[in-house]
Design a protein. Structure first.
Length: 138
């Protein structure tokens, strides 16, 4: 299930060329992931109380079109579940006219906050905490 959040590009996020700074794309993706977890009933405080926290292990960004101050975009996020300790996210940052400005692929996991190790079955742990695991693709 695709989840998305709207964002307006702010002036302080721009680089010297007037484009959205490359690092901010990752912040937009992170914001979308946290909003998805919150909408699913698994906000940060609940995850911490459950002894787990999401971690990013790898990011890959394809910059396709420039974004400038005042541009309105939607940032989508989809979970990609597999077996093992890691899972993926696919993000699209899309202008309101439908133009895809960037695609981001992220590999993540759930960290056991006490053991400081990745959780063996992250989907099961998230599903047990979430009120709407369907939003997480579970």
């Amino acid at each position: 299930m695709t989840f998305s959040v709207p964002i307006v590009v702010r002036g302080y996020e721009l680089d010297t060329q007037g484009h959205l700074n490359q690092a901010v794309y990752l912040q937009y993706a992170e914001h979308a992931r946290w909003e998805l977890l919150r909408a699913a009933g698994a906000p940060q405080d609940k995850l911490i109380a459950g002894g787990i926290g999401p971690v990013v292990l790898e990011n890959n960004i394809k910059y396709l079109r420039e974004l400038r101050g005042g541009d309105e975009v939607t940032v989508s996020v989809d979970f990609e579940w597999s077996t093992g300790k890691t899972f993926g996210f696919r993000h699209e940052i899309r202008k309101l006219d439908g133009t895809v400005a960037a695609e981001i692929k992220t590999t993540g996991g759930l960290l056991d906050l006490a053991a400081r190790r990745l959780v063996a079955e992250p989907g099961e742990r998230l599903a047990a905490l979430a009120e709407r695991p369907d939003l997480l693709g579970l």
